[in-house]
Design a protein around this ligand. Structure first.
Ligand code: M6R
Length: 352
């Protein structure tokens, strides 16, 4: 059942600390500063192609960035596009990211990759699913069953699992820091859940017809995911943009009626540039909601702030996403939407 929550979605949002712990359990050795992904560590990919749909595609974009940062060329593809015109594979490892393990588009893409001689790896939540059975290798995200059509805890666990895979296959300079950040992540997600502030923001902008989400680098997939969640459960127009793309077109849509959620973590080059984009929307009188760890001065340009604890740049995306999940949830709840079963959508899409 829903354990006292009004919706499965809210229950599953709140289950994230636990599902993240399950994902990490026995896979990270903090003392040794190592991760254990069994024989997957020996895959040694020279290149990685991700295939996925929807929310899982957003996780794949994030995963591709992690491998790139570790020096392994990687790209994320929409499975439906990949299946109909696959790019050259070479000796790439093809990773299908799919919560259900049954998504037809993702299965087709993986089958096509297999036909072309690629090694395949399924990253999935469902033991014994078609993807788990058909791929050469499988890595479980261990999020536990997800009932709500909107993917929430499985997205968080996909991001955690992709961190483990990138560390296990490609390593990195700051492995110890990242392992520490992963260990702290479930507790920090709990902190966000305990004092989110998202509900007040949702109530403030309930009347808006359109919502925009911007982020850059690892926060770009968070912006896309924030917008997808908003559209699927509230039925409102929402778009996610790479922050730098705003001025190449979408800025024309920005008015005092369009709240802009800016995901800004850290205080580096990316934060600085995104703050530049925030100033551009602020100049058009758009309400700005900063989702931030407080390291930069983005709050100065924001009408509302949704805080997340400070963490490693990689894990920051998980925390920021929890805030956006809650904004969408509370918006949909106030509007009385059918949150767990949005119109026209199915939990598992088994047709192409
Ligand atoms: O089971 P999958 O992860 O392969 O599903 C892919 C998409 O259909 C799915 O992520 C969908 O976008 C979400 N339910 C949206 O919340």
């Amino acid at each position: 059942g829903k354990s006292g929550y009004d919706h499965y979605m809210l229950k599953e949002i709140h289950e994230q600390p636990r599902s993240l712990r399950q994902c990490l359990s026995e896979r990270v050795d903090e003392l040794a500063g190592t991760v254990d992904i069994d024989d997957l560590a020996d895959l040694n990919p020279r290149g990685v192609q991700f295939v996925a749909c929807g929310t899982s595609y957003h996780a794949a974009l994030y995963g591709a960035e992690l491998f790139q940062q570790a020096g392994i060329p990687a790209q994320a593809f929409l499975a439906s596009e990949y299946a109909s015109s696959p790019p050259p594979i070479g000796d790439a490892l093809v990773i299908g990211v799919t919560q259900s393990g049954e998504t037809a588009d993702t299965l087709s893409a993986l089958r096509e990759a297999d036909r072309r001689g690629a090694r395949t790896l399924g990253v999935t939540n469902v033991v014994g699913s078609t993807v788990a059975r058909e791929c050469d290798h499988v890595f479980y995200i261990r999020a536990g069953p997800e009932i709500g059509v909107a993917a929430t805890k499985t997205f968080a666990s996909q991001l955690a699992a992709l961190n483990l895979l990138a560390l296990g296959m490609a390593g990195g300079d700051d492995t110890r820091e990242l392992i520490g950040a992963l260990r702290d992540l479930p507790g920090q997600v709990q902190e966000v859940l305990d004092e989110s502030g998202a509900r007040a923001v949702a109530e403030t902008y309930l009347e808006s017809d359109a919502y925009f989400f911007i982020g850059r680098g690892l926060n770009f997939p968070v912006a896309l995911e924030g917008a997808l969640k908003m559209k699927e459960i509230t039925y409102k127009h929402a778009e996610g943009f790479a922050a730098g793309e705003l001025k190449h077109g979408p800025l024309a849509l920005v008015t005092d009626q369009t709240p802009v959620f800016a995901v800004v973590t850290g205080d580096g080059e990316q934060a600085r540039k995104t703050i530049g984009n925030v100033k551009e929307v602020e100049a058009r009188d758009a309400p700005v909601i900063a989702v931030t760890d407080g390291q930069s001065d983005v709050e100065r340009y924001a009408d509302h702030v949704l805080r997340v604890p400070e963490t490693h740049p990689r894990t920051a995306a998980v925390l920021a996403n929890v805030q956006l999940q809650l904004v969408s949830y509370h918006t949909a709840a106030e509007l009385g939407r059918s949150i767990d079963k949005p119109r026209n959508l199915a939990k598992s899409v088994t047709v192409e």
